[in-house]
Design a protein around this ligand. Structure first.
Ligand code: MG
Ligand code: MG
Length: 276
């Protein structure tokens, strides 16, 4: 493991392989939670399912105890943007819940998030979720060895702004993606907007968590009295999708996607860089 350029951690291929193990466990957990986030389920119920699965795979939840966070996952419902604490809130038809999940294997971290529709959600909210998820993939697909970190945010912003109603969406700036490796949050920051060609160089061994948070309104956020839950100031609903990925000589490898990103990258005509 080497460190260079403002504390950026460069992983060896063997270390990336362990991060892939952590990523697969995160991906499995999110898939189980997606199927479990039904009408009547509580967010603490989802949390229990997540912790059980992560520990059954021999991994450790990385959010639990992080600066005192009480949950294994963050569950952010409707106008909650990120960092919602699992509790006795019962999901109702038409809700959306952003589930953010992380796991540690042998000291190496994985971090990913999905937003799930509970029952039938309004068309405009379903559209918002679709744009946010696609923007995440566009961001990853824009990353190239020798490129720059801001190429990712530029691709995210450019995609969002060219979608129907995309010019009315808020691309949250208070929270951003990040480097990840021997800790969950490491340099560099990975903003979800901006001009391309800026910031640290994208090199082999760098692993980044990309995580657009997109609202149906303003980008202004505030934190509730629980000191964790971040909500939109205008009450607009918010979607959040995240993956951790790395670049290999052959393309992008999405460590928290069960197929390594092969399908979605292929849809975008982007090179897949994971193992066969
Ligand atoms: Mg996360
Ligand atoms: Mg993250």
């Amino acid at each position: 493991m080497g460190l260079f350029d403002k504390g950026i951690e460069i992983k060896t291929p063997a270390e990336v392989a362990v991060m892939r193990e952590a990523g697969v466990i995160v991906g499995e957990t999110l898939q189980i939670l997606q199927d479990s986030a039904e009408v009547g389920m509580t967010t603490s119920g989802l949390d229990a399912i997540a912790e059980e699965h992560i520990r059954s795979r021999g991994a450790t939840p990385n959010f639990k105890g992080y600066h005192g966070f009480p949950g294994t996952i963050c569950t952010s419902v409707n106008d909650e943007v990120v960092h919602g604490i699992p509790g006795n809130r019962r999901l109702v038809d038409g809700d959306i819940v952003a589930i953010d999940c992380g796991a540690i294997v042998d000291g190496w971290h994985g971090d990913a998030a999905v937003t799930v529709a509970v029952g039938g959600v309004a068309d405009e909210i379903a559209a918002l979720m679709g744009v946010c998820e696609e923007a995440l993939w566009r961001g990853i697909a824009a990353a190239r060895l020798g490129g720059r970190v801001s190429d990712i945010g530029h691709a995210i912003e450019s995609y969002v702004r060219t979608q129907p109603a995309g010019d009315t969406y808020g691309i949250v700036e208070d929270y951003v993606g990040h480097g990840i490796g021997s800790a969950m949050h490491m340099p560099p920051n990975v903003p979800n907007h901006g001009r391309p060609g800026k910031g640290p160089k994208l090199v082999q061994g760098l692993v980044l968590a990309v995580e657009p948070m997109i609202t149906a309104g303003s980008i202004q956020t505030r934190t509730l009295a629980d000191d964790w839950t971040v909500v939109t100031t205008d009450g607009s609903w918010s979607a959040h999708f995240e993956h951790s990925f790395t670049l290999t000589p052959t393309g992008a490898w999405v460590l928290t996607a069960l197929d390594g990103g092969m399908a979605r990258l292929g849809d975008l005509g982007a090179a897949y860089g994971g193992p066969g």
